[in-house]
Design a protein around this ligand. Structure first.
Ligand code: DQA
Length: 148
């Protein structure tokens, strides 16, 4: 199984950015943890981050042409604004798990809306950075389900 872990704007600042909300683990440490976990599970993973909406669209298209099996996706604030990301997920039909480090339903009202959610197989929100690992498990489980 081949997956992408995509992170959107400001997630490169993990560890520095509002640690009371997003924790103290740095982006680099998180990526190392994701890579180690994926290896343990026999999953090939490519982790990509951009602060730009169009670049995230391009990553999704790249994944489509590389025939990846799934995406773990934290689009950051674009979650709440981006029809382009929703359309990219719908266009490519790649099984995607939406991840939020914080509990988006327990924060400001505007964070409750996710434009990408209708194109995702599941959402993990409020489980801190461990949510990325849970999302990998959900993609594995959904693939096993499809194979059955
Ligand atoms: C976030 C939640 C979003 O509302 C916010 O804009 C982010 C991070 C999260 O991981 O909790 O940048 O996606």
């Amino acid at each position: 199984m081949k997956i992408y872990v995509l992170n959107g704007p400001n997630l490169n600042l993990l560890g520095v950015r509002e640690p009371g909300i997003y924790g103290s683990e740095s982006y680099d440490t998180l990526i190392k943890r994701i890579e180690a976990y994926a290896k343990e599970k026999g999953v090939s993973v490519k982790c990509l981050q951009s602060n730009h909406e169009g670049a995230l669209v391009d990553f999704i298209h790249e994944g489509f042409y590389e025939r990846i099996d799934g995406i773990v996706f934290n689009p950051g604030a674009y979650t709440h604004t981006s029809i382009a990301l929703l359309d990219a997920l719908k266009a490519t039909d790649i099984p995607t798990v939406e991840v939020h480090i914080s509990d988006v339903n327990a924060r400001e009202e505007f964070r409750r809306q996710s434009y990408i959610r209708p194109a995702c197989i599941a959402t993990v929100s409020g489980h801190g950075t461990n949510g990325y690992l849970e999302a990998i498990d959900l993609l594995l489980a959904s693939q096993a389900e499809v194979a059955r």
